[in-house]
Design a protein around this ligand. Sequence first.
Ligand SMILES: *[C@@H]1O[C@H](CO)[C@@H](O)[C@H](O)[C@H]1NC(C)=O
Ligand SMILES: *[C@@H]1O[C@H](CO)[C@@H](O)[C@H](O)[C@H]1NC(C)=O
Ligand SMILES: *[C@@H]1O[C@H](CO)[C@@H](O)[C@H](O)[C@H]1NC(C)=O
Ligand SMILES: *[C@@H]1O[C@H](CO)[C@@H](O)[C@H](O)[C@H]1NC(C)=O
Ligand SMILES: *[C@@H]1O[C@H](CO)[C@@H](O)[C@H](O)[C@H]1NC(C)=O
Ligand SMILES: *[C@@H]1O[C@H](CO)[C@@H](O)[C@H](O)[C@H]1NC(C)=O
Ligand SMILES: *[C@@H]1O[C@H](CO)[C@@H](O)[C@H](O)[C@H]1NC(C)=O
Ligand SMILES: *[C@@H]1O[C@H](CO)[C@@H](O)[C@H](O)[C@H]1NC(C)=O
Ligand SMILES: *[C@@H]1O[C@H](CO)[C@@H](O)[C@H](O)[C@H]1NC(C)=O
Length: 566
Amino acid sequence: MWCLELLLPLLLIINDARCQWNVWVPRDISAMTNSCVVIPCTFMYPSGIRPYRGTHGIWYFGQPYPQLFPPVVFKSRTDVVHESYKGRTKLLGDLNQRNCTLLINNIGAEHSGKYYFRADLGGANMYTYPDFSELKVLDQPNIDVPEEIVSDVSLELTCYAPDNCPEMTPEIQWMYIDYLPDPEISADFLEDGNTAVLSSTLTFTPRPMHNGQLLGCRVYYPNTTLVYERLISLDIKYSPRSVWVNVSSEVMEGSSVMLHCEVDSNPPSRISWMFGDQELLWDTASNVSLSLDDVTPAQEGIYTCYGDNGYGIMNTSLYLAVNYPPREPVVNDSMTILEGSTLALHCSTQGSPAPTLTWLKDGELVGTITADELSVLEIVEVTPQGDGQYRCLAENEHGRASSSFNITVEYAPVLLEESKCTVVREGVQCVCIATGNPEPTIEFYLPDVNVTINETDGRYNFYTHTDGHTSTGMIKLREKGERVDNGGPAVNVHCSFFNTYGRESVQLELQQEKKYMMAVIVGTIGGVAVIAFIIAAVRYVGHNNKKEKTGIINLWALWQDWRGKS
Ligand SMILES: *[C@@H]1O[C@H](CO)[C@@H](O)[C@H](O)[C@H]1NC(C)=O
Ligand SMILES: *[C@@H]1O[C@H](CO)[C@@H](O)[C@H](O)[C@H]1NC(C)=O
Ligand SMILES: *[C@@H]1O[C@H](CO)[C@@H](O)[C@H](O)[C@H]1NC(C)=O
Ligand SMILES: *[C@@H]1O[C@H](CO)[C@@H](O)[C@H](O)[C@H]1NC(C)=O
Ligand SMILES: *[C@@H]1O[C@H](CO)[C@@H](O)[C@H](O)[C@H]1NC(C)=O
Ligand SMILES: *[C@@H]1O[C@H](CO)[C@@H](O)[C@H](O)[C@H]1NC(C)=O
Ligand SMILES: *[C@@H]1O[C@H](CO)[C@@H](O)[C@H](O)[C@H]1NC(C)=O
Ligand SMILES: *[C@@H]1O[C@H](CO)[C@@H](O)[C@H](O)[C@H]1NC(C)=O
Ligand SMILES: *[C@@H]1O[C@H](CO)[C@@H](O)[C@H](O)[C@H]1NC(C)=O
């Protein structure tokens, strides 16, 4: 330990540190409260100085300037130390050996700070070394936690306990690790710059479920009551591990619906609701509710919720069905067609659920009921009976709607069997009835006289009438020239009927008129009634004889009265 005056020119430039005012103390040192600490210390002074009456030393707290009276931690010349160090400090080193190692017992938080050593070699040879040792007094152990803990990636947590108190050796335990999967613990002892640290490293692979769980490190000194604990809450980052959305659902058109999405992730995700390519809503939260008002059928479809927190993306979808009553069906326009045509009638609509389509003709069911969007009613070779109003009815559980149109079937005229000639009192009456669309025009033709009779002909008693598609023509023949003999069969009348689709001509048959027979029957019944009336009247008169002052029987009143009763 002697300073050598080295003669080598190169080395002379560099002052031998050991031959100057120098101190070696750990820059940082720590200790647990209530335990002790030993600050290792060696010092050096210029070789020219010879200590006078022994080597002495002082430890200061806080600052190195004696003129500012810093608290004295230890002083070798006297026992006088600052109040807070009384009975707590002891110099372990031998100052004559330039060993200034200091022990501080029963440390408290107030002892945290800088410690300076001052060498006192007698006379003016006193020097406070500017290098200091900074003591940290801990009431909890330190745990090294990585800045970011990611799920499913192996994690190391290290807990430290200072081991600078020779009388007591700390031990480290991990707390609340029962729930961890396969935790591994390894202890280590680090010495650095004359200070020692005991450490324990816990290794495990955290899972999302461990997020927010507590873990602890306990430092204690066996055979003492000194126990120090530090708890940490694990902040474990994990990608979205579940994206919860409502189950697929149905809503009525025009109503409102709330779609909920909840994402489990750490940190919270950017949650977004997508409909097709369109982002409807987003927020950084744990859940986001998409509210749709006055829902339309166009809003039916797949809604997907995405959760993205930078560690991963996840999505879940639902199907929103929008129900609505059938729309008014689209059908053909009203049409006029020719008998015998074949038609395909179309009816289409929208609705949800898919409506059934029913065809009605004049209120009667025709065709089959279908559940397709389009219903085609085929009419093969339409007959005049096909004429009418066609209605297509669309129905689902939410309502019904219908549309109608008319089909007009046109056809060549047809003679009806009521057409005939009959003998009447004034002569012969001929009736000709035909149907057709457009309604037929009727003419009579008398071949014997080569005469055509129609509306414009005023010579004959011609009457014509049209009701819908039925036309009735009637003539009465009286004149001799028309060759009508009572009861004679020689009636030769032709009826012609025509419209744009055809013309026909038939000879009308002469039939015996049944009206005469009817008149006889009606007359007989009438006679019986009159006889019955007379009998009733006589009985009535007898009954009321006393009341009638005039004695005149009002037969008209009686007749009315009797008719009213019968
Ligand atoms: C100083 O003294 C302490 C306590 O006696 C001792 O443990 C240490 O080894 C000494 N240091 C040196 C450098 O001799
Ligand atoms: C604690 O004390 C017991 C007996 O009192 C002793 O056997 C044991 O070695 C001590 N442990 C430590 C670490 O000093
Ligand atoms: C979706 O779920 C939320 C929360 O459970 C609920 O309030 C809401 O009514 C649900 N929406 C639908 C359409 O079911
Ligand atoms: C949804 O998020 C809000 C904050 O954004 C929160 O207050 C609420 O508790 C969450 N709801 C659920 C069911 O998690
Ligand atoms: C949505 O999630 C499914 C798996 O659930 C995945 O196959 C699909 O690629 C995801 N879509 C997007 C756009 O991330
Ligand atoms: C009815 O309408 C459909 C579609 O417009 C058309 O294809 C069809 O020919 C129409 N039917 C008739 C008889 O006009
Ligand atoms: C169909 O005819 C009826 C009368 O026969 C009429 O009341 C109705 O308005 C017509 N409908 C159409 C669509 O022309
Ligand atoms: C009937 O009269 C038309 C002219 O009105 C005439 O052309 C035709 O020859 C006549 N027929 C007969 C059979 O007389
Ligand atoms: C009636 O018959 C005459 C002669 O045949 C014809 O000129 C006239 O146009 C007819 N009138 C009608 C309304 O058919």
